[in-house]
Structure formats: structure tokens, C-alpha cells
Write a protein that binds this ligand. Structure first.
Ligand SMILES: *[C@@H]1O[C@H](CO)[C@@H](O)[C@H](O)[C@H]1NC(C)=O
Length: 399
């Protein structure tokens, strides 16, 4: 990873120094400051016989102090100034930044150095709340349920069970979007994190005859990821198409663990199952309410959940509804994603322009929103594809 020949002197100087004890590093005047450590009399690195080397080291260490400040600031954010900035307002050249990244990753690979105890895990609930309320449209139930359930789960000191959520709704209503928001706010590297795994049924497990092999691979991947990270996220897209044997195999991961199985560091696992199944039941509930002249925000879990469960149980061609995940209540929460109306799709179109930094007019937004198909035929209310493909459609409307 480190390409030695091209490294300047300072990272090596830093590597030679003993890592500071955490308590020392938390104090600005901690005793393991690099310059003090290196200037200790009798230290093998600064013998009088090597005057030149000593001079060079001094120079390097002076530079290192600055890097050191930035490094400790990354690794122990508490040591930074009030405003979250480094004590030395000094911007690194790009190359220095890269070395700092390498060093931080290296250090954090064997040290607990972030508030979460692992720099890969960010658990930014403020960010999650913000994303759910600003970027997700028309989903008052999902917004509330996902935030509170995840927040409560992450607050448990010793969870005895993985958290399992299943998202139900038509395509384009935001199920993938919310899964992505969770990955981005709970993990520094989002969906690319080594703590996050996404499985798409038709992509990862396409052939029913290979299900034995898939099962082994799936369980291996789950285990390996859990060994690597003490907080993991597994996303199963197209969960309604998962083979019953795979669902069965996942069941053991969702069961409550006996207390003696608890590891000291209390690992946390979140499973998300994204399912188109159940979408019709959800849509029907919303449609009935709208027909009665009520706003969709009045839809509650009491309205939706029984109908959703009934649709899952009644679907003959999907293993999900009849798997032990559903039957034995291993799913902690069914999250309904409501069908989107014209005004929601319009917001998606606006977001698409804003996120690409492109100008737009109210007329353009209306035009794009108008290109979507709305159902049911006799009283078109819901976008058949939700907000799917809106981002691509804006290309046709650019000036
Ligand atoms: C959490 O997310 C918010 C909003 O996206 C962001 O402003 C903030 O910097 C994030 N906090 C951390 C610690 O990353």
C-alpha cells in the first residue's frame, strides 16, 4: 500500500515514533508529542555524531508537528478546536492529504480512534433525519418509522437481535433511496463500505438450481462482513424473488441470540429487505383515503399493516410472504412506501435539476412530471413508476 520510494521523509518519521497513548493525545499538552519524543537525550534518533541527520530530522519534525496536529484531529476529533477545524489553520497540499488518508486508515485499522470506535462507522443520525425529511418525498410513514427504529436500535447497549426491516411499495417510491441514505449516514464510505453488502436477487442469485452454492456464499459473506465490522448493514433488493432456501438460511441470523452468545463488543446488524410485493395493498389503502377526500398524511400503520401482511401471505408466487422471516415475526417492522402523486414527482424533478446544478423553470418541471404515466386509468393519481427515471428524463429538457 505504501509506496516507499516515493514517500517523503515525514510519514516515516511519524511511523518511527511510538503511537501516543489515547489519554495523552486527548490533551493538547500530552506527553507523547513527537518533537519531545525525538529530542529526548540519548534517543537513538538524534545522536550528536550525526549532526546533519539531526538537522534534517529537526526540519522534518517541525513539518511533522503540523501533520501530527492534522492527524490527531482526524483520529481523535475531540482534540480539534471548537469549530471542528484543526488547531493549525493550514491546508495540506493534495499529496499530503493522500498520505494523511493512508496513515489514518492504517492507524485506524488497529486502533479505536473515532467516537463510534471505528472510523468506518459514522452513525450520523442528524444527517439521516435531514435526508429523510428533505430528499424523500411523499413518505411520511417511512420517514418516521425508519428514523425512530434505527435510532432506537443503535442506542441499545447490547442488542440481542439483528434489526430486520422490510420495505414494501411500488418501484420508484424510494425503497432503494432510503437504503442508500442509511448506508451513507451510518457508514463513512456509504454503499462502498466494507461493512455494507448489497445483494440484488436476479443479479447475485439468478439460477434456482445453484441455490445450494448461493446459500453457502451468502452465509460466508454475512459472516465475513460481521467479523470485519461490529456494525453491519445487509440490503436485499428484489427480496420477493429470493429463493425460499436463502430466506430460510437468513432466518438464523435474524433470531434472538441467547445471552451467552453475546460477544463483548455487542455487534450490531441491520437487514433491509426491499420488496415490490405488498405495494398493491399499500396503494389501495391510499386510494381509498384519497377518494374519501382525506389527505394521504392520515394513512397510519394501523390502516396499512394488516392489509400488507394479508397481501404477503396470499402471494402464491413469492417465498417471502410465506418464509419464516414473516411467519415467525423475525421481521421487526414492515415499512410501507406510498404511491407517489404528481406533486411528489415534481419535487423529484426539481431535486434532479438542483443536484446537477442545472437551471430549470416551473414549466419544465411540469412538462417532465407530465411525461410520467399515472394510474389507475379511470382516475389517474399515482405515478406508475414513482420517481424512477426522472433523473434521466431531465436530459431531454435541457435548454
Ligand atoms: C452529519 O450530517 C449532516 C447533514 O448531512 C452534516 O452537516 C454533518 O457534518 C454530518 N456530521 C458528521 C459528523 O459527519
Amino acid at each position: 500500500m505504501l509506496r516507499g520510494s516515493r514517500l517523503p521523509l515525514w510519514p516515516w518519521v511519524l511511523l518511527l515514533l511510538p503511537p501516543p497513548p489515547l489519554a495523552g493525545a486527548l490533551e493538547p499538552r500530552g506527553r507523547a508529542r513527537p518533537e519531545e519524543a525525538a529530542e529526548e537525550p540519548g534517543s537513538g534518533r538524534a545522536r550528536p555524531a550525526f549532526q546533519d541527520l539531526q538537522e534534517q530530522l529537526r526540519a522534518a519534525i517541525a513539518l511533522t508537528r503540523r501533520y501530527w496536529a492534522l492527524f490527531t484531529c482526524r483520529v481523535w476529533p475531540e482534540t480539534c478546536g471548537q469549530d471542528g477545524k484543526s488547531p493549525l489553520a493550514w491546508s495540506l497540499p493534495l499529496l499530503g492529504q493522500q498520505y494523511l488518508d493512508i496513515l489514518t486508515t492504517w492507524y485506524c485499522s488497529f486502533q479505536d480512534c473515532c467516537p463510534s470506535g471505528d472510523c468506518r462507522i459514522s452513525n450520523n443520525l442528524t444527517g439521516l433525519q435531514r435526508d429523510l425529511s428533505v430528499r424523500l418525498h411523499g413518505q411520511h410513514l417511512a420517514r418516521e418509522l425508519v428514523l425512530t427504529t434505527v435510532r432506537d436500535y443503535l442506542a441499545l447497549p447490547r442488542p440481542d437481535k439483528a434489526l430486520a426491516l422490510s420495505f414494501h411499495g411500488w418501484s420508484g417510491t424510494g425503497k432503494n433511496f432510503v437504503a442508500q441514505m442509511l448506508a451513507e449516514n451510518l457508514y463513512r464510505d456509504g454503499l462502498r463500505s466494507d461493512c455494507v453488502k448489497v445483494f440484488v436477487t436476479m443479479l447475485h442469485f439468478p439460477h434456482p438450481r445453484l441455490v445450494g452454492l448461493y446459500k453457502e456464499q451468502l452465509l460466508d459473506q454475512v459472516r465475513e462482513t460481521q467479523e470485519r465490522c461490529r456494525q453491519t448493514l445487509f440490503v436485499f433488493d428484489e427480496a420477493e424473488k429470493l429463493h425460499p432456501a436463502l430466506l430460510e438460511a437468513l432466518g438464523s441470523h435474524l433470531e434472538r441470540q441467547a445471552p451467552e452468545n453475546h460477544r463483548a463488543e455487542s455487534p450490531r446488524t441491520i437487514f433491509l429487505f426491499l420488496c415490490n410485493l405488498g405495494g398493491s395493498a399499500v396503494n389501495q389503502v391510499v386510494l381509498e383515503l384519497l377518494r374519501a377526500g382525506r389527505p394521504r398524511e392520515e394513512v397510519t400503520m394501523e390502516h396499512v399493516e394488516p392489509r400488507l401482511r394479508a397481501e404477503l401471505a396470499a402471494s402464491p408466487d413469492s417465498g417471502f410472504g410465506r418464509s419464516r422471516l414473516v411467519k415467525e415475526n423475525l421481521i421487526d417492522l414492515f415499512v410501507p412506501f406510498l404511491p407517489l402523486e404528481y406533486r411528489h414527482v415534481r419535487l423529484c424533478a426539481r431535486d434532479a435539476f438542483l443536484s446537477r446544478g442545472l437551471p430549470h423553470t416551473e414549466e419544465t418541471l411540469d412538462e417532465i412530471t407530465g411525461t410520467m404515466v399515472y394510474v389507475p386509468k379511470e382516475e389517474p393519481r399515482f405515478s406508475a413508476q414513482g420517481c424512477k427515471s426522472i433523473a434521466q428524463r431531465i436530459s431531454y429538457f435541457l435548454p
